[in-house]
Write a protein that binds this ligand. Structure first.
Ligand code: XBP
Ligand code: MG
Length: 241
């Protein structure tokens, strides 16, 4: 029986990548005197690697093969990433970022229905806090029994570890969980954890990805009077999730 909903954050709760993370990365690069500038297009390619530090290393390898630092590359990347997190948190306050359609409604309905809620994301915990506080509610962190985030598990999505960790903390079996994702990396992580009930809300970066194995793929969660479009899944599902 369904007992818990587990949510991805980036791209699922809000469209945080283009106007949040990407902008924060660029601010950190400029602040460090680097001439790196991640366009919306290039960022789409960089999103194949989850995790900000991992993404920067992937960028260096692919786009800046000649770049080198005096000293330790990991430490350099970690410092840059810490600066990026500060910029990201500031962006969540000003200008702020809205949650995607249907997200707040569904979270409130789930709470009223007595479902347990959790988060499983590769992003830094402070980023989750900043988004929830500013875009959902001051006490929104408390809505979630477990917030599984960031470097808590070494292997990030598409590895299943973060979902497995969240389920272990809550003493849940995969059969008791429904997961919410927006990307192919997320889908792989969910399915690898044994969870087979999986709803995907696509966005501009993920629309054309492979979501095989997902139970239902929609354009968003839908609101009263603004039904979602079902992109893949049982024909009978219409309107609102
Ligand atoms: C989200 C990510 C994150 C953010 C950056 O993936 O890949 O890395 O882009 O966050 P998912 P940090 O939605 O699949 O969890 O810079 O804090 O790592
Ligand atoms: Mg995501």
């Amino acid at each position: 029986e369904l007992e818990a909903l587990i949510f991805d954050v980036d791209g699922t709760l809000a469209d945080t990548e283009k106007d949040g993370h990407r902008v924060a990365f660029n601010k950190a690069f400029a602040g460090a005197g680097l001439d790196w500038d991640w366009s919306v297009d290039i960022y789409g390619d960089l999103l194949t690697v989850t995790g900000g530090k991992e993404r920067m290393k992937f960028y260096l390898k692919k786009y800046r093969p000649d770049f080198s630092v005096d000293g330790d590359l990991d430490a350099f990347v970690a410092d840059l990433h810490a600066a990026k997190t500060e910029y990201y948190k500031a962006l969540m306050v000003d200008p702020g970022l809205p949650l995607r359609p249907g997200v707040e409604r569904l979270l409130r309905e789930a709470r009223d229905a007595g479902l347990r809620l959790a988060i499983a994301t590769t992003t830094t915990p402070a980023n989750v806090t900043a988004l929830l506080k500013n875009s959902l509610a001051e006490d929104a962190e408390d809505w979630f029994e477990v917030i599984a985030a960031g470097d808590l598990v070494p292997a990030k999505k598409p590895a299943p570890d973060i979902y497995v960790w969240a389920m272990e903390q809550m003493n849940l079996t995969p059969e008791q969980c429904l997961a919410f994702e927006d990307s192919d990396n997320g889908v792989k992580s969910v399915l690898g954890s044994g969870i087979s009930s999986l709803l995907v809300t696509v966005n501009d970066y993920t629309r054309n990805q492979d979501f095989s194995g997902a139970t239902l793929v929609v354009d968003n969660l839908g609101e009263p009077g603004q039904p979602c479009r079902v992109l893949a899944g049982p024909d009978l599902v219409q309107g609102q999730v």
